[in-house]
Design a binder for this molecule. Structure first.
Ligand SMILES: Cc1cc2nc3c(=O)[nH]c(=O)nc-3n(C[C@H](O)[C@H](O)[C@H](O)COP(=O)(O)OP(=O)(O)OC[C@H]3O[C@@H](n4cnc5c(N)ncnc54)[C@H](O)[C@@H]3O)c2cc1C
Length: 409
């Protein structure tokens, strides 16, 4: 099978890259082993979380950082372009690259972010939360949402909370096992009559609250359930991310994948790229676990297989490696330097990844592979935790690489 471009990894980065290429007429295949970091995403994307204006903050990052390699102007341009892709894919979110807004994390921390899905609680500044009192409503037996943490997070900024627990017989089956009572399973049954029961409860229990907050367990495939519920309640209604699995993340993944397929892309889910054939400095084809000896060929390839979390990078006792091609990576050689035992300290391993040139092309033993690009969290010299850059790097480098591929023709 032959394509213009084959992308290894169908998370946020692989999908954004694939969509950009397919929108510009390329035949693209994405091979994706399985779940991505999006399944754990909060419903907000970070561009640079350490100052008010992310684009200004980027200037202070080291020159090897993916943003600095693209330059601030291009980073800003891709941060704007993604809005059009998200809109076409029905991923409804808002935010500006020049000014972070704030969202609530599942444990009640108020954190600066770039884009937030429209159904999620967000505010311009922690000191200007628009409600004096909110109603926090959980479902009886649901253990992945902690209203008390959220209430204490809000209390730090003078917002009072009333906590409610709503019992629904519709959850009886799910409640039989705590492993079934997860946000993604709950979201599957949030339709019709159940939404009406929830709306009736909210309308009669809101008291003097000015807004209603619920766990993000609505709208797994699109935001229909969210819109229906909002239309039935009398107060502004917002969702707060839960512990994984994340409904907003899974929804985003599904919507981007569906859009990619609608515009002609091929998405091979549940398959693993295991090796590649490199000839004269170019990657000719890859082999996958499911296709056996049948190779997948393309003019260009993108590796967007993620970091350690998605097995895009593998750490053994002795070394850290990129497992498909054995690409050059940046990592400390001595294991003791990989991590700090204090969980909250700077963790060096977060900055490890594949080494690339200024076009994000990979290399083996210092030799550039001309048609193999890397995008997203597999790239070296980013530290999403220290910088608050995870989603932004995944998105902007994906769009940059797509343009580089088109320019290379
Ligand atoms: C748990 C977690 C939560 C996060 N939450 C947020 C958040 O809320 N907001 C934010 O901005 N950032 C967040 N981040 C940062 C995150 O890294 C980026 O937002 C982004 O989702 C990374 O996308 P990616 O496509 O580069 O990698 P990934 O999402 O990791 O996707 C890589 C994909 O490649 C596939 N793959 C791996 N190896 C192979 C192979 N050999 N063959 C085929 N496929 C393969 C994997 O199965 C996976 O689907 C989070 C990161 C983690 C780890």
């Amino acid at each position: 099978m032959r394509y213009d471009t084959i992308i290894i990894g169908g998370g946020l980065s692989g999908l954004c890259c694939g969509i950009s290429l397919a929108r510009q007429g390329q035949q693209v295949a994405i091979v994706s082993a399985g779940q991505s970091a999006l399944h754990f995403c909060s419903g907000s994307f970070e561009l640079y979380g350490r100052c008010e204006n992310p684009l200004e903050g980027i200037a202070s990052l080291p020159k090897e950082h993916p943003y600095r390699k693209m330059g601030i102007e291009l980073t800003a341009s891709y941060a704007e372009q993604i809005k059009d892709i998200f809109e076409a894919a029905a991923v409804k979110c808002t935010g500006e690259a020049t000014r972070n807004h704030y969202c609530l994390t599942p444990i009640g921390v108020i954190k600066p972010v770039w884009l937030t899905l429209n159904d999620y609680a967000r505010f311009e500044s922690p000191d200007r939360i628009p409600w004096r009192k909110v109603a926090l409503v959980n479902f009886e037996g649901y253990l992945d949402f902690y209203p008390q943490f959220i209430a204490s997070g809000l209390a730090k900024y003078g917002v009072k909370s009333d906590i409610h627990s709503l019992s629904l017989t519709a959850f009886d089956n799910l409640r039989e096992s705590s492993t079934e009572m997860r946000a993604t399973n709950i979201a599957r049954i949030m339709t019709g009559e159940i939404l009406e029961q929830i709306a009736a409860y909210l309308n009669s229990h809101a008291g003097d609250a000015e807004a209603l907050f619920l766990p993000a367990a609505f709208g797994l495939f699109d935001d229909t359930a969210v819109a229906e519920l909002r239309a039935m309640v009398s107060l502004p209604l917002f969702f707060i991310p839960t512990m994984p699995a994340s409904v907003p993340g899974v929804r985003t993944q599904i919507q981007l994948k569906n859009y990619f397929q609608r515009i002609g892309g091929t998405y091979l889910l549940g398959d693993n790229v295991v090796s590649g054939e490199i000839e004269n400095g170019r990657l000719k084809s890859v082999k996958t676990a499911n296709h056996g000896n049948m190779t997948l060929s393309a003019d260009n390839f993108v590796i967007a297989s993620g970091s350690f979390f998605s097995h895009g990078l593998i750490a053994s006792q002795e070394s850290i490696r990129e497992p498909i091609f054995g690409l050059d990576i940046y990592a400390d050689r001595v294991r003791e330097e990989w991590y700090d035992k204090d969980l909250y300290s700077h963790q060096a391993y977060m900055g490890y990844g594949v080494v690339t040139d200024n076009k994000f092309r990979c290399s083996i033993d210092g030799k550039c592979i001309e048609n193999l690009y890397a995008a997203g969290s597999i790239l070296a010299h980013q530290n999403a935790l220290d910088e608050g850059t995870g989603g932004g790097v995944a998105i902007t480098t994906a769009l940059f690489v797509a343009d580089e591929i088109l320019r290379s023709r």
